[in-house]
Design a protein around this ligand. Sequence first.
Ligand code: GRG
Length: 289
Amino acid sequence: MASIQARTESALGRWLPAPDVAPQRLHQAMRYAVLGGGKRVRPLLCHATGELADARPEHLDAAACAVELIHAYSLVHDDLPAMDNDVLRRGKPTCHVEYDEPTALLVGDALQALAFQLSSEHPLGDDAAAQLDMVRLLAQASGSRGMVGGQALDLAAVGTTLSPEELEFMHIHKTGALIRTAVLLGARCGTRLSGDQIAHLDHFAKVAGLLFQVVDDLLDSESTTATLGKTAGKDAMQNKPTYVTVLGTVRTRELAAELQRQARSALAPFGDGAQRLLDLTDFIVARKF
Ligand code: GRG
């Protein structure tokens, strides 16, 4: 994990515009928002799946970094006063606090554009038609039928109650869509996997995305700001429905355990080859931030 995290950090550092290139302040803010923090869960999933598919590491770097840039943009925009209004992210002041609101808005816009430049400019595999479809997948997962749609539902849910099904629908989009795409892009960077095998991985990815969010809700309600590196208890403070408020802590823990079992069993057909994805599933559950 540490070597993929380091590899991702260095690839992101290379692909982000240099801090001394004009407009310097914007480029510095982009680097501030992306580098030196974050668990890099999506790149880790992309590389682990790509290994199963015999993908070339340099192709996986481009796919993994494109997903991570979309993720970083979403965090910068989510933290803005118009949305979650948060001052702490990855243990440091949020982008709009360190810089200013207009800059943070532009940072998110520019990171999103960079993700699509990267995924269309650098080879993600040896087949141009497959690459075009991968760029399409990333766009779909990022947009109104994916992450942005989930965020719209999240904002609309403030002060309301949701059924468990509505909550799941929101999280499958807000958090799950990009996690799923990290896995699918990893699989598609290689050529070794059959359609059936990709379908198993897709099932794994959907469950893992939801599991990630269920654990996130538990952490938000049970952990501290110092450990999380972001404001703890934010969901309750903002009167947002979460798994903890909808199901209660005990049932949320049971749900996490059940999703962890489902994710592991979706990987069973791959035997030992899926060890890194199994380890990442356990990491998603055991993580402290
Ligand atoms: C603003 C378009 C737009 C979308 C925002 C992802 C998101 C949608 C908002 C983030 C708010 C949030 C707490 C979501 C829950 C799950 C999540 C994505 C947590 C943060 O991801 P991690 O834990 O973060 O992977 P690091 O910092 O490790 O990269």
